[in-house]
Design a protein. Sequence first.
Length: 100
Amino acid sequence: MNRQFFINTSLQYENKRLKRLVKEFENGERYKKLQHNHHLIYLGYQRRIKQLCRQVRSSKNAVKKVRDIWYEQLVIECENHTKELDEKIDTICKLRQEKL
């Protein structure tokens, strides 16, 4: 008896819940809630995408800046190395001239 009462009560509550759900869908309340929630989620994703795009742009700019600094240092080092080589070549040429 007790178990049958529990089953009947549970089924009545479930039936009531489902009727309310059908009524909400019929008059559009439920659809409006779903649409509103979907729109909020969509806006959240849009904000996150914009934030990530800003981070990507910032990272690209940082990489470009570091690359430019690295290239400038490379050019300076190459010029210094070339000067050293030119000095050594001049020294070798002078020594050959003295030897002759």
